[in-house]
Design a protein around this ligand. Structure first.
Ligand SMILES: NC(=O)c1ccc[n+]([C@@H]2O[C@H](COP(=O)([O-])OP(=O)(O)OC[C@H]3O[C@@H](n4cnc5c(N)ncnc54)[C@H](O)[C@@H]3O)[C@@H](O)[C@H]2O)c1
Length: 243
């Protein structure tokens, strides 16, 4: 029971990788805070956990909104006290070339994907005791990408750089900060991507399950990974170059 007596906030917990991570953490004793823009989806994940005898609450939050992130953290602290794990999983993509994309849309991706990591770092860390861990979800797009998803790829690359630097700042507090970079994973985000549908982004033969990512995320978040800090674990079935 790697997460017993631990409070774990998982953003994007209403679907896909985030949902699988919530279920796995709860099954290992975690008190899970399911945070998602989609309030109904967050509630459904939390209900699945509590029905199975686990501990969970849901919070509706736009992770790109600092005030809402602060409110979500306050709700977690009010429910369970200290926070031990924050998984920054929620993210979005756009599919428009850079010369055509509206400025607002570019910055919406950056704020949702990268700003959220900053907000949860800034406002979450003060509530986290030594031994706690951040797990930021980047992507193979931080390393190899395709056209028309530049804001997403840029945000994911920046998350990995943020993680390296922030891990140094957290070292003296005994808090670890790492990334997990998924490859293609069988979730709505994958199948909603027009580049995947058109074949510009090739995924065949290397599609993981959300549970495969949850296993890696839970390992990195747990004390078993106490000597792993400031790094990125690529979890892509060995096919980074398939893009
Ligand atoms: N699925 C893949 O192939 C793949 C590949 C590489 C990286 N990833 C990364 O994995 C993570 C999870 O992706 P997934 O495939 O499970 O996606 P998903 O679409 O199944 O779930 C994403 C969840 O995030 C929530 N969300 C979106 N915007 C939000 C916001 N502003 N505030 C709060 N919640 C918000 C959605 O409501 C949804 O529940 C993302 O960071 C994604 O970039 C996924």
């Amino acid at each position: 029971m790697r997460f017993s007596e631990k409070t774990c906030i998982v953003t994007g917990g209403g679907s896909g990788i985030g949902r699988a991570t919530c279920l796995r953490m709860a099954s290992e004793g975690g008190r899970v805070v399911v945070a998602d823009l989609n309030a109904d989806a967050a509630k459904a994940t939390a209900a699945e956990i509590t029905t199975a005898g686990g501990q969970a609450i849901s919070v509706a939050v736009d992770v790109g909104n600092a005030a809402q992130v602060q409110a979500a953290i306050a709700a977690a602290v009010a429910a369970y006290g200290a926070i031990h794990v924050i998984v920054n999983d929620a993210a979005m993509m756009t599919y428009t070339p850079i010369v055509d994309i509206a400025e607002a849309d570019f910055f919406r991706v950056i704020t949702t994907n990268l700003g959220s990591v900053f907000f949860f770092a800034k406002y979450g860390a003060p509530h986290m005791p030594p031994g706690s861990a951040f797990v930021n979800i980047s992507s193979v797009h931080a390393h190899e990408t395709t056209k028309n998803v530049v804001p997403y790829a840029a945000s994911k690359g920046a998350i990995e750089a943020f993680t390296r630097g922030f891990s140094m700042e957290m070292e003296e507090r005994g808090i670890r900060v790492n990334c997990v970079a998924p490859g293609a994973v069988d979730t709505p985000m994958l199948w909603n991507n027009p580049n995947v549908r058109s074949g510009i982004e090739k995924v065949e033969g290397a599609i993981g399950k959300p549970e495969d990512l949850a296993a890696a995320i839970c390992f990195i978040a747990s004390d078993e990974a106490r000597f792993i800090n400031g790094t990125t674990l690529v979890v892509d079935g060995g096919r980074l170059n398939i893009l």
